[in-house]
Design a protein around this ligand. Sequence first.
Ligand code: NAP
Length: 255
Amino acid sequence: MQIAQQTALVTGGGSGLGAATARRLAGLGAKVAILDFDLARAQSVADSIGGVAVQADVSDEAAVEAAFNQAIDKLGSAPRITVSCAGIGLAARIVGREGKLSTDVFTKTLQVNLFGTYFVMSHAARAMADLEPVGDSNERGVIINTSSVAWQDGQLGQAAYAASKGAIASLCLPAAREFSRSGIRVMAIAPGLFETAMTETLPDDVRTAISATIPFPSRLGHADEYAQLVEQIVTNPFLNGTTIRLDGAVRLPPR
Ligand code: NAP
């Protein structure tokens, strides 16, 4: 699908990978709605790209539905491109010091990362199904979810995060199969380590040590490199139902 003149919605678009994606899609001529927890940050990115902003906690389905309705009103049509970048990266041992369990971390992580992605995908697919097909492949839309390399290489302390990201990778194929009759593709991107707010608090020595584990290029990814892959997925109609690692060949060590 060509990106120019299309409508798009990016969750977590007020920061990091989502903001870079919103900027790239807008730069290619799409009208972009930015959905984020923090409306002021979403509005600031929206203002810089001529887009629109909506607020929601993605783990609250009613809030996601209301935000979709607002985005459709503001964009003038349902988004043909939906990219889910909203997510959190909590870390905890399953059984912590003195036997303390981390079920609260597990629950919160699944609620935001997995349920949030599922709610956004559900509302996106339902709204896209009413659009007219476009392009040579008669597509109605593309949904791109964000997994993580922790999907396959979860480190110590990442049980909740890896479970949430593994589930996002696993739902890609059945969702693509289900929505194929509507001409809607579903893909997931599994990033390695990227320079964003999620990683900026890492001490310099940890960042240097992490960079050394990335074969090539030996550095953290740039958010626009994630956005470049979003562009390729949207414009290449044969990409469907799979998860692509974007990681400089990194394989995370156990801890
Ligand atoms: P980021 O800069 O922290 O951006 C995430 C955005 O999502 C923030 O604006 C955040 O808002 C928002 N958000 C968090 N919880 C939300 C909720 N419940 N409802 C709505 N918005 C919410 O992080 P990022 O690095 O761009 O991460 C984007 C995605 O990539 C995440 O799913 C992350 O797991 C994944 N990922 C990142 C990396 C990496 O190295 N950066 C690697 C692999 C996967 P607040 O700041 O207000 O909470």
